[in-house]
Each structure stands twice: as structure tokens, then as C-alpha cells.
Design a protein around this ligand. Structure first.
Ligand code: UD1
Ligand code: MG
Length: 444
């Protein structure tokens, strides 16, 4: 059930020029997930009745990314934050609950903070913070009763106002009953020539409506305007993931070099070596060891398995219990069943590797003919000799042995030996004679 008391408007019409990107700023990822979706995930915990995203250019990009999760409206031209919220008028028509105004480029506002704002008894609630460096943020003018009198933009502020430490994060919760009526009263008579959303505070005051401030940590309201700010937020995000997993019983030999995605799941007593990267969609069970320089995305690893060093698990690699995946092994869309070993230098894709099977060094499943992909099925306890090519589609029965260096193109029955290499010939003394003749030639 949706919450009829809450609507959310996310402002994202700013040009984002400093990103120098053809991708919309709010779609740049943090922990492998577009920043906008981090915000939407938190918003969804509140179960709002309506979600509106205000964009300028690149509407389709944002629409394709959010699907029917939110309504996307266009602000063109961009005449300020107050003007941006006006764009949600139609979408919110008749709505009288709380309207939470967020910024798409301030993606890490917590659910608790959003709740605090919504539960504060005032018609305009502003999220304030006290940064180390107040830069050009708008300043919050609080009166002796703790009420909020005004927000003054840096450009418009005098020396005394600029000395105020309490800043405007830009995030607000406004009563839907008065929001658009108050926005209609906003003018652009200011230093920037823009319609400021921040003017709502003084307008509310003039109508005897109540304004209040809720406080947030600087980290929570950090905005992203450039690649280096994106990197700084990513760094903090990674640090908090590392701390989270260590607190949950994961050992990391060098935590600063391990990268997680927003949805990585890691069990207890997992040991992770240095320089390990998790892309989205990874689940690691208890007691797994992931050795140095391993790259994993879209894969699951069951209890007691050992992965790497230098392994790559690609999407739909399902690694069973106690499986060993060693160095320079790549696995894609394959079920590797309990106890199987793929210890060195192999590619296994579109395949099943049966329980306790042993895949020798340099084994390749030849799964692609340039047009289609084909399946390789390797039975329980099979032994694939080193440097074998298994040309899919192909089935290797339980307990079968493939001689090293074979190219297997058709079914191998259970418990059979299949070997396709050329017969070995040995010519006694040939090498010694060869050396003498060649040396003679060279000496002439
Ligand atoms: C705004 C606040 C300022 C606050 C600061 C916090 C106003 C008038 N000022 O200033 O008090 O300290 O944020 O970062 O609100 N946007 C639109 N359409 C527009 C303009 C902006 O959608 O026409 C969006 C931007 O994409 C961005 C957000 O609104 O997500 C803030 O815009 P920005 O230009 O950064 O506002 P500031 O001038 O920094
Ligand atoms: Mg800004």
C-alpha cells in the first residue's frame, strides 16, 4: 500500500556541466548503482504516493533508467529551484500531504533523516547542516525561539549573514496544501535572477505558517557536481561497506583495496585477499576464501569454496560448495557442482561441471561459433586432461577421462577414455645428429 501522506519531488534539471558527460549526472554510479537509484531506494522505504523527477535535457535517459518507478517531467528552461518544483504541479494536483523535495545529485540522504523531516510538525521543514567550510551555500536564519525566519542565498547575503554557520542542504519537506500557492508568490528579484525555492520560508512566515529546521551530517548531504566529487562519495561509500562487512565477520587482508557493489552479499568467516573487486549481483556464502586480484560480478559462491588468486567469475557463474577455482580461470554462465576443481588457466562458459570433476590446466569450453552459444555438460567425477578443447555442444559422461591435449567434438560415454591427439613418434638419436649437421653448416 502506498502512503497517501507523502509525495517526493526529485530535482535533477541542472545542467551538470562539470561532469563533462553525455550521461545524465544522476545516472553516474556509486557502488555500481546510478546515484538516482540510491535515492529512490531510500525514498521507497517511505512508500510515497507519488514520485516525480524533474529533468532538463536527457529525459529519455532518466526515463529508461527509472521505468514506471517515477514520473519524469521536464523543466525547460531552468529558472531556479522554485521554478523546478513548479513543474510537478500537475503530477501533484489535489495532493495535500507532505511533499519531500530532494536533489538527484545529493543521493545519500538516509531514510531516518527523511522520516525526521516528514514527522516534524511544521509547514516548511528545511534540512540544515553545519559544514566545516560553508562555501556558497544558502544560510539559515534561525530566531531566538529556534524557529526559521529565512534562507538567504550566498549571492544575496551581507557580511553578517555570510558569517552564519548553519547552511541549507536544499532538501525540504513542505505541506502540499500550501506548496503551489506559496510557489506562485516566489519572484526572481534576486542576485541570480532565479526563482528560489528557499523563498518559501519567508513566504510561509508571512502567511503565519510554521517553519522548522532538521539537522543532518555533512556527509549525508554532500552533493556531486564533478567526477572528483563522485570519486570522493564513492570512496566514502566503499569505506562504509568495508566497515560493515568487517563488523559482520569478514576478514580482509587489505580492506582499502577491496571494492563492493551496492548489493554485494558476503557471509561469515569469509576471507578476502587484497585487490578484489565485486561488481553488482554477487552472493558469497560462509567460509569462502577469495584470493588476491579476483574480479566477480553476477555470480554466487557456495560455502567453503576457494576462488583465485587472479580468477574472474562473470554473470551466472554458480560456484558450488567446496569448489576450487584457481588462478587465471574465467567462468561464465556455468554451474560448477560441489567439490569440482578448476585449478589453472581455463575458460568455462555455458556449462555444467559435475560434482568432484577435475578440469585440467588450459581446458577451454569452445562455446561460441560467432553466431550462437552452445552448452558443455561435464559429468560427475569426470577428469579433463590439460589443454583440452571441448567443442560445444558436447556431453562428457560421469567418470569419463579426456586425454590431455584432446579436441572433443562428440559425446563421451560415462567412464570412457577419449583421446584425440596424434600418435607420438620417436626417432632415436635424431636430435643429436641434427645438432651436429646444423653446427657444421654454421661453422662454414
Ligand atoms: C541550492 C540552494 C542553496 C543550498 C544549495 C545546496 C536555492 C535557491 N538554493 O543552491 O540554498 O545551499 O542548493 O546545495 O534553492 N535544479 C533544477 N532546476 C533549476 C535549478 C536547479 O532542477 O532550475 C536542481 C539541480 O539539478 C540540483 C538542485 O536543483 O539538483 C540544486 O541546484 P543548484 O543549482 O546546485 O543550487 P544552488 O545554487 O547550489
Ligand atoms: Mg549547488
Amino acid at each position: 500500500m502506498s502512503n497517501n501522506d507523502i509525495a517526493v519531488v526529485i530535482l535533477a534539471a541542472g545542467k551538470g556541466t562539470r561532469m563533462k558527460s553525455s550521461k545524465h549526472k544522476v545516472l553516474h554510479p556509486i557502488g555500481g548503482r546510478p546515484m538516482l537509484h540510491h535515492l529512490l531506494d531510500n525514498v521507497d522505504v517511505l512508500n510515497p504516493d507519488k514520485k516525480v523527477i524533474v529533468v532538463g535535457a536527457d529525459k529519455e535517459q532518466v526515463e529508461n533508467s527509472v521505468g514506471d518507478q517515477a514520473e519524469v517531467v521536464v523543466q525547460e528552461p531552468q529558472l531556479g529551484t522554485g521554478h523546478a518544483v513548479q513543474m510537478s504541479r500537475e503530477a501533484l494536483s489535489g495532493f495535500t500531504g507532505r511533499v519531500l523535495v530532494l536533489y538527484g545529485d545529493v543521493p545519500l540522504v538516509s531514510v531516518d533523516t527523511m522520516r525526521n523531516m516528514i514527522n516534524t510538525d511544521a509547514d516548511v521543514v528545511v534540512l540544515g547542516f553545519t559544514p566545516d567550510d560553508a562555501k556558497a551555500y544558502g544560510r539559515l536564519k534561525v530566531n531566538e525561539n529556534g524557529g526559521l525566519d529565512a534562507i538567504v542565498e550566498f549571492k544575496d547575503a551581507n557580511e553578517e549573514e555570510r558569517a552564519i554557520k548553519l547552511c541549507n542542504s536544499g532538501i525540504m519537506a513542505v505541506s502540499g496544501k500550501y506548496l503551489f500557492e506559496m510557489l506562485d508568490a516566489v519572484s526572481n528579484d534576486n542576485a541570480a535572477g532565479e526563482y528560489y525555492l528557499t523563498d518559501l520560508v519567508e513566504i510561509a512566515g508571512s502567511k503565519n505558517l510554521k517553519c522548522a529546521v532538521v539537522h543532518a551530517d555533512e556527509e549525508e548531504v554532500t552533493g556531486i557536481n564533478s567526477r572528483s566529487e563522485l570519486a570522493a562519495v564513492e570512496k566514502k561509500f566503499q569505506q562504509s561497506k568495508r566497515n560493515h562487512f568487517m563488523a559482520e565477520g569478514v576478514t580482509m587482508l587489505d580492506p582499502d583495496t577491496v571494492y563492493f557493489a551496492y548489493d554485494t552479499k558476503v557471509g561469515k568467516d569469509v576471507v578476502i585477499g587484497p585487490n578484489v573487486f565485486f561488481g553488482p549481483g554477487v552472493t558469497i556464502a560462509d567460509n569462502v576464501t577469495i584470493n588476491a586480484f579476483t574480479h566477480i560480478e553476477g555470480a554466487t559462491v557456495d560455502e567453503g569454496a576457494s576462488i583465485g588468486p587472479f580468477a574472474r567469475l562473470r554473470p551466472n557463474a554458480n560456484i558450488g560448495k567446496k569448489v576450487k577455482v584457481g588462478n587465471f580461470v574465467e567462468i561464465k554462465k556455468a554451474n560448477i557442482e560441489e567439490g569440482a576443481k578448476i585449478s589453472h588457466l581455463s575458460y568455462v562458459g555455458d556449462a555444467r561441471v559435475g560434482k568432484n570433476a577435475n578440469i585440467g590446466a588450459g581446458t577451454i569450453t569452445c562455446n561460441y561459433d560467432g553466431y550462437f552459444k552452445y552448452h558443455t555438460d561435464i559429468g560427475e567425477g569426470a577428469f579433463i586432461g590439460s589443454n583440452s578443447s571441448l567443442v560445444a555442444p558436447v556431453n562428457i559422461g560421469d567418470g569419463a577421462i579426456i586425454g590431455a591435449g584432446s579436441v572433443i567434438t562428440s559425446v563421451v560415454e560415462a567412464d570412457a577414455l577419449a583421446i584425440t591427439r596424434a600418435k607420438q613418434r620417436a626417432l632415436g638419436g635424431w636430435a643429436a645428429k641434427f645438432r651436429i649437421t646444423q653446427q657444421d653448416k654454421k661453422n662454414k
